[in-house]
Design a protein around this ligand. Sequence first.
Ligand code: GN1
Ligand code: MG
Length: 383
Amino acid sequence: MPLSKLYVGPLAERIARIGDLFAINGEFLYGEELCNGHINTTYRACYRTEDGTEERYILQRINDYVFKDPVMVMKNVEKVTRHISWKVMRRRKNAAGQTLTLYPARGGRNYINLPEEGGMWRCYNNIEGTHTYNVVENTRQAYQAGFAFGSFQELISDMNPEDLRESIPDFHNTPKRYEALQAAVAADVMDRVKNCRAELDLLTEWAPMLSRLVDMQKNGELPTRITHNDTKINNVMLDADTDNAVCVIDLDTVMPGLSLYDFGDMVRTATCTASEDEEDLSKVVMQMPFFESLAEGYLDAAHEFLTDNEISQLAFSGWLITTEIGIRFLTDYLDGDKYFRTEKPEHNLIRARNQFALARSIHKAMPAMEKYIARLVKAYLKK
Ligand code: GN1
Ligand code: MG
């Protein structure tokens, strides 16, 4: 992973201490921090087993500011990973369905609460021979990301959404996200509203479109499914040699939702080659060839179970989720940067501006995107 830092000293000691509580065999060699996500703390620990081979594991602390009920998160993750294992084993093939596996902790659960180490920890297998990309570089990666998340949805499409709980209520409820922004504007605790008038005006203009998907869900026009809800390009592991999709990660937000939330977040992160905090907004553009590959990969895996109504909103979901994440970054900026990890002043404002630029670009391309989807669907019907 590009951003990892290798540590020796107190951090390595900490990692060894936490790793020692899980069902890991062997002698601790080293640990490193993986700095990809905005939320959890993630370490990779390497052990030498008795037969001399090296094995790596992921140790992760669940951020309990973001996830108020970490046990609920773990129950959701357990159900989904076990269901996928069950299905992949029965099919005896790897339909991009290799899954994260939880290792038991001392005391018999798949997690352990360590108040002295900041809270709840869990341990996953490290998916070897793979890598991730923070931004998409070519259309092949876009196809593979679409295929990976489409396959993930297909693998869990026969689970009962009522078996999982909402670990973050209203996570993708865009109108509620907008209400939270308006509350942050009214409170203006950091005196920052003056820095984002243009963004707030833009959102006033867009506000009538924000409730489309939740309204369709309420009216029974879109089915509730179990979805991933955080389908950023860097949450899919690709084979290090071939870039074929191997496994999707970051399962903390698996919960009942709409398939369109997942597709929308892929459009946000797999069709633009600039990162989500790129400040040169001329680079923040949705690129049609990437969208085409992404849609093809996703529908290759998912077209059989998606409904016509879901398919009709694929392009729109890209605009909606990009706008929604922009709203969330802006809200956190106004709240004083409490939710997303920031690395520089105004980082959340920079991210919000970036997302609104991308949303504009998606909005402009929407007719072309819809046309392409229609063409793909027609081709499946002919097969
Ligand atoms: C957070 O932790 P990370 O980077 O995978 C966030 C997502 C946002 C994303 C924006 C639980 O995901 O919803 O889309 O940042 N996750 C949570 O980059 O809020
Ligand atoms: Mg995440």
